[in-house]
Design a protein around this ligand. Structure first.
Ligand code: ADP
Length: 227
C-alpha cells in the first residue's frame, strides 16, 4: 500500500500568552494516493489546524510527517514553501480570489511562484473544464459564489498538484451549487488526485472514500464509505 501521507504522533500546541492551546493531540493519519478523504468535527476540534499542517502552511509541534515518503517535519521555510506550491492545491470557504483581477489572472497566480509549461493555455483549459469558458476575462467580483469557487478550484489545479486540500469549500454555497462543486471534486479525484476535504455536511462527506472525525484535537473515528 502506498501512502501519499503518513503522520505519526502529530501534536500542535499554540502558545498564546501564558496559556497553551493543544489543538492536535497525538494524531496518526495515513492517506492513500488517490483517496478522497473527508474530515469532520465540531468547531474548534482541530480541523483547520490539521489542514494547515497537512498543507505545509504551519509546523507541527511534535511528531513526524512523511509526504510521499519524505520526512518534511524538519524542512526549513523555503523548502516547505516550494514543496507546498508544487504538491498542494488549496480551496477555501471564502474562495480567496483577487476581486478586481480576471478569472484568468486569478488562475495564473500560483505560476508566479513556480514555473510550469504553457501556463496560459493550461489555465484556459482548466477554466473551460470547470465550466467557465465564457467568463475567462470577467473580473472575479462579477461572479456568483458557485462560479468563484470554480475559479478557485481551477487555480488550485494549475500547478498539477498531487493533493487538493479544501477547507469547507461548500460552506458558503446553497445545496445545488454545493453538489456542483462536489461533482468537480469527484471528477478531479477520478483523474487520480488525492482530495482531503473539511466539511460540516454529511451529504458531502457521504461521497468520500473515508471520513475521519476529530474531537478536541483527537481522531475519534475513521469510517470507510458504505457502498
Ligand atoms: P476547527 O477548524 O475544527 O474549528 P481549529 O483547528 O481552528 O479548529 O482550532 C483548534 C483549536 O486551536 C481551538 O481551540 C482554537 O481556538 C485553537 N487555535 C487555532 N488556531 C490558533 C492560533 N493561531 N492561535 C491560538 N490558538 C489557535
Amino acid at each position: 500500500m502506498e501512502y501519499i501521507i503518513e503522520m505519526k504522533g502529530i501534536s500542535k500546541i499554540y502558545k498564546t500568552g501564558d496559556e497553551d492551546t493543544v489543538a492536535l493531540k497525538d494524531v496518526d493519519l495515513e492517506v492513500r494516493r488517490g483517496e478522497f478523504l473527508a474530515i469532520m468535527g465540531p468547531s474548534g476540534s482541530g480541523k483547520s489546524t490539521l489542514m494547515h499542517i497537512l498543507g505545509l502552511l504551519d509546523r507541527l509541534t511534535t511528531g513526524r510527517y512523511f509526504l510521499e515518503g519524505r520526512d518534511v517535519s524538519k524542512l526549513r521555510d523555503g523548502g516547505l514553501a516550494g514543496l507546498r506550491n508544487r504538491r498542494f492545491g488549496f480551496v477555501f470557504q471564502q474562495f480567496n480570489l483577487l476581486p478586481r483581477t480576471s478569472v484568468l489572472g486569478n488562475v495564473l497566480l500560483p505560476t508566479i511562484y513556480g514555473r510550469i509549461k504553457n501556463p496560459r493555455s493550461r489555465a484556459i483549459k482548466l477554466i473551460e473544464e470547470v465550466g467557465l469558458g465564457n467568463h475567462i476575462n470577467h473580473k472575479s467580483n462579477q461572479l456568483s459564489g458557485g462560479q468563484m469557487q470554480r475559479v478557485a478550484i481551477a487555480r488550485a489545479l494549475i500547478m498539477d498538484p498531487a493533493i487538493i486540500l479544501a477547507d469547507e469549500p461548500t460552506g458558503n454555497l446553497d445545496s445545488k451549487r454545493s453538489l456542483e462543486i462536489l461533482d468537480i471534486f469527484r471528477r478531479i479525484n477520478a483523474g487520480g488526485s488525492t482530495i482531503i476535504l473539511i466539511t460540516h455536511e454529511e451529504q458531502i462527506a457521504r461521497h468520500a472514500d473515508r471520513t475521519i472525525r476529530l474531537l478536541d484535537g483527537e481522531i475519534v473515528s475513521i469510517a470507510e464509505r458504505v457502498a
